[in-house]
Write a protein that binds this ligand. Structure first.
Ligand SMILES: NC(=O)c1ccc[n+]([C@@H]2O[C@H](COP(=O)([O-])OP(=O)(O)OC[C@H]3O[C@@H](n4cnc5c(N)ncnc54)[C@H](O)[C@@H]3O)[C@@H](O)[C@H]2O)c1
Length: 370
């Protein structure tokens, strides 16, 4: 198969769909890979690394779209890329179509075979190609929070670890899923006094177990939340209710309970946020202050660590991409139900039920097409 990897043109997107190593993995199976000149720059990979791996380097993205059987990207195609997509071409990337009617209709009109990273789903409900981004955002939340706690960045001047004779900083993590547990791991590693709140008793027991007491757990109730907010230096929002808007658990009036120039990082901002005063920010201008509390609410946190994110993303998507390249999308989806759940559009048909119902489109069961 001819595989093309183009440079991301969405603002503040530094990741790239393929690392040189992953490009080499496709080529080792007999596929031809073309990478746009400069595509890997933002993530720290230069053209010579792709060329050394055996990929062709092409400066013109139009040529890559025109000649490739499968395009491997990170973000959804931008409007100016729609017309470059061809009938029957496989598009393998994050799409988030349920939130983007124009793009859904464009992919259907162009008769593209679109496989979305975020809807590839294991039998147990896990989303393997989304998980690494949650792991990264969780870990990064503490790194960013620690930075904004520093006085020159507007924070109250607290070192999370404390020092002998001086108390540790207090970190409160709301939600103990993938983001929360990864945040807890870094916070505890810093030596901070760390508490995770969740409504899932099993999750709290698991956290209690794996951290051997280095992380405290609390049921997520308004009373418990108000108690821990009073003492907290860094609050991390990491709540998710699948398929629903995130509940706003921290209300504006709760901010006045918090210490002046404490910091909150609402990682759940991409689903609306679990803090009432959250609004999305960008890496350009990541923080704002309300009622004396510094808010960090960047909606695409992994973009800040583009090298780590690119390696994590391209490694998790690789087995699925290789299956598509080796067998063709039809046989690969037939053989793997997890991958089949990733199929969003197929030659003009919408093959993902939830997306079809959001936009009143006709749903076609992929089994009837493959
Ligand atoms: N900003 C970013 O760059 C970025 C990156 C990755 C993920 N995210 C977002 O982070 C959020 C968390 O993702 P995740 O992968 O950890 O989800 P997850 O499903 O693994 O975890 C969510 C947790 O929230 C808990 N929860 C639900 N209701 C709660 C409540 N009332 N109080 C406390 N906990 C509650 C659940 O029990 C679960 O443990 C999502 O909104 C996700 O989209 C953002």
């Amino acid at each position: 198969m001819r595989i093309g990897c183009v440079k991301e043109i969405k603002k503040h997107e530094y990741r790239v769909g393929l690392t040189p190593q992953c490009a080499a993995a496709y080529m080792a199976r007999g596929h031809k890979v073309t990478v746009q000149a400069g595509a890997g720059e933002g993530a720290g990979f230069d053209d010579s690394q792709y060329a050394a791996a055996g990929a062709a380097i092409e400066p013109d993205p139009k040529k890559i779209f025109a000649q490739s059987d499968m395009i491997i990207k990170v973000k959804e195609p931008q409007e100016e890329e729609y017309e470059l997509l061809r009938e029957g071409q496989i598009l393998f990337t994050y799409l988030h179509l349920a939130a983007d009617e124009a793009q859904t209709r464009a992919l259907l009109a162009r008769k593209v075979i679109a496989v979305a990273y975020e809807t590839i789903q294991l039998e147990n409900g896990d989303l393997p190609c989304l998980k690494p981004m949650s792991e990264i955002a969780g870990r990064l939340s503490i790194q960013e929070g620690a930075k904004y706690l520093e006085r020159p960045f507007g924070g109250r001047g607290v070192l999370l670890s404390g020092v002998p004779g001086v108390p540790k900083g207090k970190v409160v993590i709301l939600g103990g899923g993938t983001v929360g547990i990864n945040a807890a791991r870094i916070a505890a590693g810093f030596g901070a006094d760390t508490t995770v709140l969740d409504i899932n008793a099993g999750r709290l027991a698991y956290i209690d177990d794996i951290f051997h007491g280095a992380v405290s757990t609390l049921y997520s109730t308004e009373g418990n939340l108000k108690t821990v907010l009073k003492d907290c230096d860094l609050l991390v929002g990491a709540v998710l209710i699948p398929g629903a808007r995130t509940p706003r658990l921290v209300k504006r009036e709760h901010l006045s309970l918090m210490k002046r120039h404490s910091v909150l990082v609402d990682v759940a901002v991409d689903q609306g946020g679990c803090i009432e005063t959250t609004r999305p920010t960008t890496h350009d201008d990541p923080v704002y202050e309300i009622d004396g509390v510094i808010h960090y609410c960047v909606a695409n946190m992994p973009g800040a660590v583009a090298l780590t994110s690119t390696i994590a993303l391209s490694s998790t998507t690789l087995p699925y991409g290789l299956a598509i390249a080796d067998k063709g999308v039809e046989a690969a989806c037939k053989a793997n139900a997890d991958l089949k759940r990733g199929l969003n559009t197929y030659r003009g048909k919408c093959t993902y039920k939830d997306i079809a119902s959001v936009f009143g489109l006709e749903y076609t069961n992929p089994d009837t097409l493959l």
